[in-house]
Design a protein around this ligand. Structure first.
Ligand SMILES: [Mn+2]
Length: 309
């Protein structure tokens, strides 16, 4: 069974628009909330981290319960810090994955030492693998956030990051010196084994679909199209998945729920079990007019993100 978990928050702030996923998907989604996290705007970074700690502790509980019941947890939330909640739940259920695939246009590898913007959304991967931060001695440090969620740092060398084509100065150096493996989308399967349990995290901003999905966040050109992601997901369906998490689009900008629908169709390609037939689906993920691999080979030349660390 698949346990679908909807977490309508963006960096600790409520985003009720994400709940529309419930209305447009034929599958049931459980909506998770923390009663103390009701604000739709949070200016204070410490309060933001406390709110994320509460919200993703709830996610961790639900992931743990799903895994212990033999289900596959699949979550959609507003940001990539949700990976901490998913990982915490997997760890507590004794199912820490042997590999993690992190699909993202960005590195998400900033720390307080490298960030110029103080933007917490640029730090989730560094948080997940336990990078120390210079606020570590403060009560509201990232370490405290990880403890609130109940997660142990995940080993860097087990993370495969693709295709992270938009890195900032400082972040690029930190990633290159880390044990995280980087690759382009067409190199993902070559870096994974069907014998290793796998957690797939899909930040929807990895897609290069400014026209078709204008509600995606932080559009970065020269990335994979929906068709290429669908092809990868169809292959990954045969891997021993232990969890899937999605970082969502801007629900308030998603006119007609276009981004939501395409992402749900993509999830359908990845998840085992019943799925709609191609004829019933929107043609977004089934178009074969473009050669996915060919497009990727062209775009990876100019992306600057094709090297491995
Ligand atoms: Mn991200």
């Amino acid at each position: 069974m698949i346990r679908r978990l909807l977490v309508p928050y963006l960096m600790g702030k409520r985003r009720d628009g994400l709940q529309r996923v419930q209305l447009i998907d034929s599958q049931p989604w459980a909506v998770l909330q923390s009663p103390q996290s009701t604000a739709t705007e949070l200016v204070d970074k410490d309060e933001q981290m406390r709110s994320m700690g509460r919200v993703y502790a709830v996610l961790a509980e639900h992931v743990q319960a799903a895994v212990e019941a033999g289900d596959l947890p699949v979550s959609i939330s507003g940001d990539c810090v949700s990976t901490m909640g998913v990982m915490a739940g997997l760890q507590r259920a004794g199912r820490e994955p042997q590999r993690m695939l992190w699909l993202d246009a960005h590195g998400d590898f900033h720390t307080w030492a490298t960030t110029h913007t103080q933007y917490l959304g640029g730090m989730p991967l560094a948080m997940l693998v336990g990078r120390q931060d210079r606020r570590q001695n403060r009560r509201d440090s990232i370490t405290a956030l990880r403890e609130a969620v109940g997660m142990r740092p995940y080993p860097e060398e087990m993370v495969l990051l693709s295709d992270a084509r938009d890195l900032d100065p400082g972040e690029d150096v930190a990633l290159a010196r880390s044990a995280i493996v980087r690759c382009t989308l067409d190199q993902v399967l070559g870096n994974l084994s069907t014998h290793e349990t796998l957690y797939v995290h899909f930040d929807t901003d990895v897609l290069d679909e400014a026209q078709r999905m204008p509600a995606l966040k932080y559009h970065v050109p020269a990335g994979p199209r929906v068709e290429e992601m669908a092809e990868l997901f169809r292959c990954l369906r045969d891997y021993p998945l232990v969890a899937v998490s999605v970082s969502a689009w801007h629900s308030e900008l998603d006119a007609g729920d276009q981004a939501a629908r395409i992402c749900l169709e993509l999830l359908d390609e990845l998840l085992p079990g019943a799925r709609s037939t191609p004829r019933e689906r929107n043609s977004a993920t089934t178009s074969s007019t473009q050669s996915a691999k060919g497009d990727r080979a062209v775009s990876s030349d100019s992306s600057g993100a094709s090297g491995t660390s």
